[in-house]
Design a protein around this ligand. Structure first.
Ligand code: ASP
Length: 335
């Protein structure tokens, strides 16, 4: 107990001296960043699809930002944005989730409140329309942090969370991606040049200066044996504390091995490293060095944003301190 308090004091001191956290709350300018996944995007992109995806990102961004403007907590904003993306079949989360090796949709999600370090996570759910809503219920209304499979769905029933038939999640595009993947040898673990990381996520800074992160995914196409990726694992694909919040997208095994989100946020909050440098180091150096790939979105307590990725593109949208809406897909494409 005493150790915990000492750690908190040290953390507080580092945060304040590094400028990662300011004491001036209550009138913080809100910031929201969302992503719809990183991966090979150019291949298979049509002008119509690009238009649809850009509109979907904007809609999701606006749904969350509206709440921040009303003074609602960052947790509400990230949940709202992620729900909109889960309902859109263009993304690999909720409706439109990728298929497992055995032809099912098994979804993972997590939400984390940076102010309190509370987390809710679910994995391997097959009938929950909005896995992020269930993750939020786990955080708010269960004595646990992480629920999986049938048990998570049992809990969903007690919370009035909407369950749907498995066919709700099926899209022809994802089914064809599975058929393509089945022609390759999954067990070889080789880097697939056509990998699509369509996971969705959001990070937010609210008016009170608090941060939150949320991520939701169908995981990887052709995943095996109840595989769980980084997205629902606190500290791997999703993390938030008082000074930093991250949602990742990419080859999850590498995000788990590097404990990517926690690693970046610790660099920022404990070591005083600037957000973009810390993110660049882990996402664009450490993970590719090990053989992985992907991207991430991050925000710190001052409203600085980082969006590193090492893939062809990353669907992303944000409203920073300037209050201007941006939507981007490829590296140099900012509108
Ligand atoms: N990170 C996710 C996973 O490994 C996949 C993705 O981002 O698309 O489950």
């Amino acid at each position: 107990m005493m150790l915990t308090n000492i750690r908190r004091l040290i953390l507080c001191g580092v945060l304040l001296s590094s400028g990662a956290v300011s004491l001036a709350h209550a009138d913080t300018v809100p910031v929201l960043v969302i992503h719809g996944g990183a991966g090979v995007i150019r291949k298979g992109m049509t002008p119509e699809r690009e238009k649809t995806v850009r509109a979907a990102l904007k809609e999701a961004l606006e749904a969350g930002y509206k709440l921040l403007q009303e003074g609602k907590p960052a947790t509400d904003a990230v949940e709202a944005s992620v729900q909109v993306l889960e309902d859109n079949p263009e993304f690999n989360a909720g409706r439109g989730a990728v298929f497992t090796h055995s032809g099912q949709n098994e979804m993972d999600a997590a939400i984390m409140d940076g102010a309190t370090l509370r987390v809710g996570a679910v994995a391997g759910v097959k009938h929950v329309k909005n896995p992020i809503a269930l993750a939020r219920a786990v955080m708010d209304h269960s004595p646990h942090v992480f629920l999986i499979g049938d048990g998570a769905e049992e809990f969903a029933k007690t919370q009035g969370i909407e369950l749907v038939d498995a066919s709700w999640f099926r899209t022809e595009r994802r089914w064809q991606q599975l058929q393509e993947a089945l022609k390759k040898d999954r067990l070889k673990q080789e880097k697939d040049p056509d990998t699509h990381h369509g996971t969705v996520g959001a990070v937010a800074l609210d008016r009170d200066g608090h941060l939150a992160a949320a991520t939701s995914t169908g995981g990887l196409t052709d995943k095996l044996w109840g595989r769980v990726g980084d997205s629902p694992i606190p500290g791997a694909g999703t993390y938030a504390n008082e000074g930093c919040a991250m949602s990742g997208t990419g080859w999850g095994e590498y995000y788990i091995r590097t404990v990517a989100a926690h690693e970046i946020c610790m660099r920022v909050t404990m070591m005083g490293q600037p957000l973009d440098q810390a993110a660049e180091q882990v996402i664009n150096k450490e993970i590719p060095h090990l053989g992985g790939d992907g991207g991430a979105i991050l925000v710190d307590a001052k409203g600085n944003i980082a969006m590193p990725f090492n893939t062809d593109g990353m669907y992303r949208a944000w409203i920073g301190r300037d209050g201007v809406t941006h939507v981007a897909i490829l590296k140099d494409d900012v509108r």
